[in-house]
Design a protein around this ligand. Structure first.
Ligand SMILES: [Fe+2]
Ligand SMILES: [Fe+2]
Length: 313
């Protein structure tokens, strides 16, 4: 039996009860927290400009360069929230449980940007002028989800992206060598994990409702997956540095993001697929192999580079 594909409207309607259930789950698990409690305000000093303080200098902070780069990428990603909000509010709608979720999610993500910016400014970890200019450039570009008119594609994308963001925040925190920053980013990462669970549960329900459409969505999203910060100025160079430092690399992408999420959906045991669903599942399997090759190659290159660097020291 092959059912006709569900329309976008039908999918939203059918999933509404699942949104409601998971919204309740989210609200019962999410812990209230306050950005100001994670910022060491007494370390702050007035900057130059109208108030006549001291200009920023790279020596103001001992945080390693690559951790600064990762913090900037993570913050700019959070900063672009209005664009993401626009994308999901347009797609999921502002009514009922979907609307409640969209607004709640936006409010939580807004907390992340506030907390990280306050921390970076007070501790003088990064150049505040360059940061503000980068924010203006990045937000002026906006963000467009490549699959922005398809509900299941968007759910699949955010399931992976929230987990990727969680890992990136966590590892960035560790790379700073600053316990206060690590605590802040661990707190942010805990939120990202709950976001991932919410979206992952929704797509799990979609796999029961429309298995072939869900499989197609996952295959398409994996094929062209990019982090939401891809539009950041110098993103390619920055992401190489971030990967070399082991903050977010292909190995983590495959083994800690893609594989665990696919396992939760049990994609290789889903039944009731039509021909396109089967084709999509084969594409997912092939993609995992491609990622494996690319991740191993990257690890080899990184190891060779490390050996070269230590030989020249
Ligand atoms: Fe966030
Ligand atoms: Fe998130």
């Amino acid at each position: 039996m092959t059912a006709a594909p569900l329309s976008q409207t039908a999918l939203l309607l059918e999933l509404e009860a699942v949104v409601e259930k998971n919204l309740d789950r989210h609200l019962s698990m999410a812990k209230e927290w306050f950005p100001h409690e994670y910022v060491p305000w007494s370390e702050g000093r007035t900057f130059d400009g109208p108030l006549g303080g001291e200009a920023w200098s790279p020596d103001d902070s001992s945080i390693p360069e690559v951790a600064r780069t990762a913090l900037i990428v993570n913050l700019l990603t959070e900063d672009n929230l209005p664009s993401y909000h626009h994308e999901i509010a347009t797609l999921f709608g502002r009514d009922g449980a979907w609307g409640t979720w969209v607004h709640r999610w936006t409010a939580e993500e807004g907390r992340h940007g506030t907390a990280i910016r306050d921390y970076l400014t007070v501790t003088r970890a990064v150049d505040p002028v360059a940061l503000e200019r980068a924010r203006m450039t990045h937000m002026s570009e906006g963000y467009v989800n490549v699959h922005n008119d398809e509900v299941l594609h968007s759910l699949a994308y955010v399931s992976f992206q929230e987990l990727a963001t969680r890992i990136s925040h966590r590892n960035t925190g560790k790379a700073t060598g600053d316990p206060a920053c690590e605590a802040l980013l661990a707190r942010v990462a805990a939120d990202e994990n709950l976001h991932m669970v919410f979206y992952r549960n929704l797509l799990a329900a979609a796999f029961e409702l429309a298995p072939s459409q869900a499989m197609r969505a996952v295959a398409d999203v994996l094929a062209d997956f990019q982090m939401p910060g891809v539009g950041i100025d110098g993103f390619a160079r920055k992401s190489v540095a971030i990967a070399l430092a082991g903050i977010y690399d292909l190995r983590q992408h495959r083994d800690e993001v893609v594989v665990p999420v696919l396992r939760q959906w049990d994609v290789f045991n889903v039944t009731g697929l039509n021909a396109d669903g089967e084709t999509a599942r084969e594409a997912i399997a092939a993609h995992l192999d491609t990622l494996e090759t690319a991740a191993s190659r990257f690890e080899d290159k990184r190891a060779a580079r490390a050996a070269r660097l230590s030989a020249t020291r």
